[in-house]
Ligand binder design. Sequence first.
Ligand SMILES: [Zn+2]
Length: 467
Amino acid sequence: MGNPAAYTPFLDRFVLERICRRTDSGGFHQLLGRYIMGSLKGSNLTNVKRQNESAIRDVIYRYGPISRSEIAQMLSLTPPTITTNIARMMEQGLVYECGRLGAEAGALGRRRVKIDFVADAAFFVGVEMNPYQIAICITNLRGVMTAEARIPWKRREDGFVLSEELKELLRRIDGNDYRGSLELLAQVILNLMTVSGIDKKQVLGCAMALPGLIERKTGTLKKSTLEAWNDRPIARDLSRLLDLPVLLENNARARAMGQKLFYQGELPEDFAYYLISYGIACPLYIGSRILDGGQQGAGEAGHMVADLNGPRCETCGNAGCLEELASERAIVKTVTRLMESGRDTMIREICPDLDFLSSREILLAQECGDELAQKVIDQALLYLGAALANIINLMNPSLVFVDSYVMKLMKNRRRLVEDTRAHIFGLYNDEVEIEFVEFDHFTGAKGAAAAAIERYFINGEGAQTFG
Ligand SMILES: [Zn+2]
């Protein structure tokens, strides 16, 4: 495909991106030509109408409150097209007029009304299942949570009380009962909707975020540590149980999507999202589009080789993967090994039962000046910094978000930035910003909701059809 920018004297770049995404490369020039000439007929006309509506929604989502004329200008669409689309959305209760431009617009004799989405016009379900917990939330269009539920795998959290229903869900997942787990998960989601008082008709879709390789087209988990769930058509099965469209997404990518949609402020087109959790991943947005890769496996930074003679990776079986050296699970494994060999540490008092050891206790010890905890975390940070520098040197993002429980401690943030900057190729060093995502149990679930918002609201795709 040619460079879309070459065709953009009158079209905003992301309109083009949307066209590109929906057509093969051969069809691109053809469609663009017809789009410009306004000579579309039949089903193509329907497509363009849909694309226009999706582009308008995208602009309102990103820049709202915004006036109709500003939208027309940004999209190079005619004012009647904008007016018709907005009128339809208003009828549906999706947008509202929320203010007017000030005196300078009045002086022109015509006040320009600003419009924006009614945040509570639609709701979305986001679920993240990761090795630590299941988090479920219902958010409105702007990612504000109206209902939530969370289930830690191990009862490590003081005073955390689980309902019988959630306990049973855990039992079924632990027992590798795929069908039973999914049925109960659907029940929990439906109960959350009831409790929050949301009309189910307002819920447009659900997204489930899981670690591992996802085949998005079929909504299937291809490779993950959740053995009983691998190769199952999870999206289809959950969709039937909920009677809602459901999509499946990798959890690190979902978190990056959440940042893209809900970030307060302007985001650069190129940014990376470095998730350091039980495993490690680093999805990338390039030119405002998330990088997929051929098998949609781009961003698996955890399996970059960090030490040729390193330990076997628990996830993929190869030697020396970054996540086997520097993830939270690697940190816990190293601390456990050192403690078993008799090393002195206050972690023994903090966590007498090593089966329940997590980064939480190790961080607590580090904060109290424990030497062993400090040493193990410093070593992990060295690997994490070097790997991040590699990613920056290769892809040159303008901004990197770091999402990690380990980064709750300020000194770990400083250390990671130092260790990264020590390896960044000179030209990029001043240009790349590193921003830390404040730790939150619902970051992944909200990210999943963002994936649902993008597909089912902004792109306006309805229920997935499964063959
Ligand atoms: Zn690996």
